[in-house]
Design a protein around this ligand. Structure first.
Ligand SMILES: NC(=O)c1ccc[n+]([C@@H]2O[C@H](COP(=O)([O-])OP(=O)(O)OC[C@H]3O[C@@H](n4cnc5c(N)ncnc54)[C@H](O)[C@@H]3O)[C@@H](O)[C@H]2O)c1
Ligand SMILES: O=c1ccn([C@@H]2O[C@H](COP(=O)(O)OP(=O)(O)O[C@H]3O[C@H](CO)[C@@H](O)[C@H](O)[C@H]3O)[C@@H](O)[C@H]2O)c(=O)[nH]1
Length: 330
C-alpha cells in the first residue's frame, strides 16, 4: 500500500506523513513548497517537488510508485485572499483537484481522501452543524472546496473508486512529539497569532469584533487538534481500504470556544498577559461554527485524545517556541 500525500510539506499534511511513516506505511509526498517546508518531513519520507495541476507528471508518479490511495491536502487556504483573488482559488483548489482526480481514475487509485472545510456551510446560526445542513459557502474558498466535493462524488460514482471527504473546522495545535506544526509565515489563525504574542514575536493582538450574537459577543469556533484530525484520516483510509463506503463527515469535537476564551487560554497556559486590542469585525466571519460530530465518531470509531483547549494551546505554544529558536540560530 503506497499513499500519495499531496500538500504533505504543509501544516496538516506533514502530520499525516509522520502518522503514516510511524505506522510503517509507504508514503510519497507531492508538494510544490509554495507554503510548505521540507524541513518538517521525516527523513525517510520521499518528497517530490511539483505541481498537483500537472497531469502527465501525476500519471508518472502514480504509475511509478504503485499508488493505491491519495490523501489530497494541497491547496490555497486563505479565506480573505479568496475574496480578492477568486480565480487563484478556483484554479488551485478546483481545477487542480479535477486534474488529480482524473489522474487517480487513469491510474486505478482505489481510495481518495479530501480536505474539505466548514466553509462549505456559510452562515449556520448557533446550532451544531450537521453534514446535511444547507451548503452555502460565503467565500470563493468555500465554493472552490464544495465544487471538488461534487466532482469527487460524481467521479467515484462513474469510475468506482472510494472517497472520504473530511470537512475540517478550525485546525490547531501541533505534533505532541514536536516534529512538526504550523510553520506558515504571516499565518492568520487565531491560536497561532495569540501564541506568537505570548512568546513575544508580536507586541500584542486584536480581537476582531465583540458585537456578534454569541454569549460573549466574540466568534465561536470548534478547534480540533491536528493530531486528532490526522487520526481520523488514518481511520478513514483503513475504512475505505477495508471495503467501507464512501462518506462525507465533519471533523471537529462538537464544542465551541469564543475568541475571548481562546485568548484567555493562551494567556493562562503561557503565563503571559500580552496586550489585546478590541477592534471591528473581520470581513466574512460567521458568528459561530461548531460541528455535529456524531457521524465521524460512529462511522470510523474516532476517539479524539487532545480535545482540551489548554492541551491544544500548549502544543501550539511549544511549536512556536521551537520555530523561534530555530529561526534565531545563526
Ligand atoms: N488549516 C485549517 O484550519 C484548515 C481548515 C479546513 C480545511 N483545511 C484544508 O486542509 C488542507 C491543508 O491546509 P494547511 O493548513 O495544512 O495549509 P498549508 O498551506 O500549510 O498546506 C498546503 C500545502 O499544499 C502545498 N501546495 C499548495 N498548492 C499546491 C500545488 N498546486 N501543488 C503542490 N503542492 C501545493 C503547499 O506548498 C503546502 O505545503 C488545505 O486543503 C486546506 O484547505 C485547512
Ligand atoms: O488575530 C486574530 C485572528 C483571528 N481572530 C478571530 O478568531 C476566529 C477564528 O479565526 P481563524 O483562526 O482565522 O479561523 P477561521 O476564519 O474560522 O477559518 C479557519 O477555519 C475554517 C473552518 O471553520 C477553515 O475553513 C479555514 O480554512 C480556517 O482558516 C475568527 O472569529 C477571527 O475573526 C481574531 O479575533 N484575531
Amino acid at each position: 500500500m503506497t499513499t500519495l500525500v499531496t500538500g504533505g510539506a504543509g501544516y496538516i499534511g506533514s502530520h499525516m506523513v509522520h502518522a503514516l511513516v510511524d505506522r510503517g506505511e509507504e508514503v510519497v509526498v507531492l508538494d510544490d513548497l509554495s507554503t510548505g517546508f521540507d524541513a518538517v518531513l521525516p527523513e525517510n519520507a520521499r518528497l517530490i517537488v511539483g505541481d498537483v495541476g500537472d497531469a502527465a507528471f501525476l500519471d508518472r508518479i502514480i504509475a511509478e510508485n504503485d499508488i493505491d490511495a491519495i490523501a489530497h491536502f494541497a491547496g490555497s487556504i486563505i479565506v480573505p485572499e479568496s475574496v480578492t483573488n477568486p480565480l487563484k482559488y478556483y484554479s488551485n483548489n478546483t481545477v487542480n483537484s479535477c486534474t488529480l482526480i482524473g489522474a487517480a481514475v487513469r491510474g486505478g487509485v482505489k481510495s481518495f481522501l479530501f480536505s474539505s472545510t466548514a466553509a462549505v456551510y456559510g452562515e449556520a446560526g448557533q446550532d451544531l452543524i450537521n453534514e446535511d445542513a444547507p451548503l452555502a459557502p460565503m467565500s470563493p474558498y468555500g465554493s472552490s472546496k464544495l465544487m471538488t466535493e461534487v466532482m469527487l462524488r460524481d467521479a467515484a460514482a462513474a469510475h468506482g473508486f472510494k472517497y472520504g471527504i473530511l470537512r475540517y473546522f478550525n485546525v490547531a495545535g501541533a505534533d505532541p512529539k514536536g516534529r512538526t506544526g504550523q510553520s506558515t509565515k504571516d499565518a492568520t489563525h487565531l491560536i497561532k497569532i495569540a501564541s506568537q504574542a505570548a512568546i513575544g514575536l508580536r507586541s500584542g493582538m486584536s480581537i476582531f469584533g465583540t458585537d456578534f450574537d454569541t454569549p460573549d459577543g466574540t466568534c465561536v469556533r470548534d478547534y480540533v487538534h491536528v493530531s486528532d484530525l490526522i487520526q481520523a484520516h488514518v481511520l478513514a483510509l483503513a475504512h475505505l481500504q477495508d471495503g467501507g463506503d464512501s462518506f462525507t463527515a465533519n471533523c471537529a469535537y462538537g464544542h465551541g470556544y469564543s475568541v475571548r476564551e481562546v485568548v484567555d487560554a493562551v494567556k493562562r497556559v503561557s503565563g503571559v498577559d500580552f496586550p489585546v486590542e478590541l477592534t471591528g469585525r473581520r470581513a466574512g466571519d460567521p458568528p459561530s461554527l461548531v460541528a455535529e460530530s456524531k457521524r465521524i465518531r460512529s462511522l470510523l470509531g474516532w476517539q479524539p485524545q487532545y480535545q482540551e483547549l489548554d492541551t491544544i494551546v500548549s502544543h501550539a505554544l511549544a511549536w512556536e517556541d521551537h520555530l523561534r529558536k530555530r529561526n534565531s540560530k545563526p
